[in-house]
Design a protein around this ligand. Structure first.
Ligand SMILES: [Zn+2]
Ligand SMILES: [Zn+2]
Length: 204
């Protein structure tokens, strides 16, 4: 089997800005997707990711798999769900990945209360320390556990989204800035951009 290089996690941390469990999850999601679809980082649009949340993990997915918002091969369906689907266009293979749900124990509920105190700024130094070490442990687990222990996944048939299209730009009749035809609105028969259209429809 060909080797597919994963960048070091620290590299991804540099890109994202901090170390967090969400980023570690996205890192392993990417590893699983590349392994299961037998592919490497996508330079073009061969690999497509459909993600159902817009949290930290996305940055790892963009960095590691090469599926990015800018290239149009990362599609955000903002359902607030931890579900990741990857499609390999030319092999018509796809995989749907879902992390195992977090355990709901007395201890994890207590931990959540402490975390909310940390965010509210009312935690004791011991609690802050505890949250930090719990986070570090979580990250360590996510980086070292086997992929099957962290995720459930299955190969699926997914509709292949069409490749990114190039749209013509037109000038907005109100602000005169250019706007892609695919996003333009019509106001009294003139073409306008969304911000200008919103002002119009609010009646200002
Ligand atoms: Zn983060
Ligand atoms: Zn405008």
């Amino acid at each position: 089997m060909m080797t597919r290089e994963m960048p070091a996690f620290d590299e991804v941390v540099r890109f994202h800005g901090h170390r967090c469990p969400g980023l570690a999850t996205g890192y392993r999601v990417s590893e699983l997707a590349l392994r299961e679809l037998a592919t490497s980082r996508s330079g073009d649009e061969e690999l497509v990711a459909i993600v159902e949340n817009d949290a930290c993990g996305l940055d790892a997915i963009q960095y590691v798999t090469g599926c990015t918002i800018g290239k149009g091969n990362l599609i955000l369906r903002d359902y607030g769900k931890q579900v990741y689907t990857f499609i390999r266009r030319n092999k018509s293979d796809a995989i749907r990945i879902v992390p195992h749900p977090r355990e709901d124990s007395k201890e994890s509920r207590m931990m959540q209360e402490i975390v909310s105190r940390v965010f509210a700024g009312t935690a004791t130094p011991e609690e802050i320390e505890r949250v930090a070490s719990d986070r570090a442990e979580k990250i360590e687990y996510l980086l070292t556990a086997s992929l099957g222990d962290i995720f459930s996944y299955r190969h699926v048939t997914a509709d292949i989204p069409e490749k990114a299209r190039l749209f013509r730009s037109v000038a907005c009749a109100r602000c005169n800035e250019m706007v892609s035809e695919s996003r333009a609105r019509v106001e009294n028969g003139s073409i306008v951009c969304i911000p200008c259209f919103s002002e119009y429809s609010r009646g200002w």
